[in-house]
Design a protein around this ligand. Sequence first.
Ligand SMILES: *Cc1c(COP(=O)(O)O)cnc(C)c1O
Length: 476
Amino acid sequence: MTRRSWAEPYKIKMVEHLRMTTREQREAAIAEAGYNTFLLRSEDVYIDLLTDSGTSAMSDRQWAGMMLGDEAYAGSRNYYNLEAAVHEHYGYKHLIPTHQGRGAEHLLSQLCIKPGDSVPGNMYFTTTRHHQEAAGGTFVDVIIDEAHDPACEHPFKGNVDLTKLTALIDRVGAERIPYLSLETNVNMAGGQPCSMENICATCALCHEHGIPVFLDATRAVENAYFIKHREVGFADRSIASILLEICSHTDGCTMSAKKDSLVNIGGFLAVNHDELAERARNLVVVYEGLHTYGGLAGRDMEAMAIGIAESVEEDHIRARVGQVHYLGQRLIDAGVPVVRPIGGHGVFIDAAAFLPHIPREQFPAQSLTAALYVDSGVRSMERGAVSVGRDAVTGQNAYPELELVRLTIPRRVYTQAHMDVVAESVIDLHEHPERVDGLEMVYEPQHLRFFQARFAVATGGRLEHQLPKSERVSTN
Ligand SMILES: *Cc1c(COP(=O)(O)O)cnc(C)c1O
C-alpha cells in the first residue's frame, strides 16, 4: 500500500529566527540554570519541547481576530463570541473566562471543596491537585493501574477504575466527595485517553451518588481523536460531535485554552448548574477580573473563540497527533524506552529504564533533561520524582512509578526536520547513557517545586544501586 502522510494542513507565512548555540554555551547555560530546564532563557534553546502550553502558533484568522479586540471593561463583544464557541463545541451553559486553566481550578476548588473532603481524579495534575489541597481537600487517584505501567499498550490508559472509585465512595461517603475531576488525555500518564464507554460509566456511577463530574477538558479534543480511531462505533463520527458527547456526560469543565484551543494565554470554567455559575461569577471578580473578561484582554478571547473552532477541524487534529506519533515511532524503532502507546501531546521517555545507572535519589529524569539540552539545545521537562514532590504525610521524597522525561510538541510550530534532530539526539544519548550525570537538589521551593528547584551534579555515587521497586511509592 502506498504511504499517505499526515502532512500539515497549512503553510508557513512568517518565520521566527532561532539562535544556534555551541555545546560550551549550553554547558554554561544549564549550570547557570541550576540544571533545571524551567530556568533556562528561551533564547538559549533551539527546539523548545518544554511544554505544549501556550506555545502554539496562531493562525492568520486568529491574528486577524486579535485586531477585532473590543477592550471594553464590561460586556466585550469578544466575550459573547467566546461564549458562543464554548457553547457550540463544549456544550456547557455558563462560561466564566479565566486567565488560564489554574484560575478555573482555583475557582472550582474554592467553590466546592470543604476541608476534609476527598477529590477523586484519574491521576493527579500538578496545579489541579495543588488547588484541591489548598481548599482543604485530599486528592485520591482512581486511574486504572495500567496507567502506571509505561510498557502496557492499553488503548485507554486514562480510564477511571470504577472499583477504586466505588471503594472511595464506600470509605468516605458520597457527601464528602464534592466532585470527581475527570481529565481527558491524561497528561501525567503520557497523554493517555479515556474511552467514551468509561466516561459514560464513571459519570453514571458518580451521578447515582449525587456526585458531580467536572472535566479537565484541557486536551479533550486530542482525546476525541483517540476515541474516533480506537473505540468501536466512532470511526465515522466527527471530532466535534465526539467532543460534544464527552462533555454532555459531565457537569462542567475547567479548561486551559493554552493547549487544545491554540492560544498563547487563556482558560475558562464552564458549568451547567445555574447557582454554581452565579457563585463562580461572584468569585471570579476577586481573583481574575469581571466575569466577562476573567483576566483576559478582549483580543485574547477572540483568538480563543477562533482557536476553539480550528481545534476541532479533522485535518488539524490528524496532523497534530500525527507529528507526535512520527517522533514517537522513530524513538521506538531505535529501541528507546518510551511510554506506550504514544500519547496525544508528547513523547514520554522512561528515564528510569533509559538510565539504569542513576539511582532514583539522583533524579534520572531531571538528569536526562539537562543532558539532552547540552547535547542538542532541545528543552524537555521532567515528569517524575521532582514533579511529584514530597509525601504530604511523611514529608519524604515520593518516588512515583513513572520517572519520565516529556518531549512535548507545540501545535503547528515545528517541522518534521526538527523532529528528526530531536530523535537523533535522544537516540545518541540512549546509546551512550554514561554521558549523563545524576543530580542532587540544592534548592527546593515550597510549592510546585519542579518549576524553580535548583540542582548540582551529584558527587560520586553514579554507579550506586537503583532504589529497589518495593521502596518506591506510587503517585496515589
Ligand atoms: C496545563 C494544564 C492545567 C493548568 O492550566 P494552565 O493554563 O497552565 O494554568 C490543568 N490541567 C491540565 C491537564 C493541564 O495540562
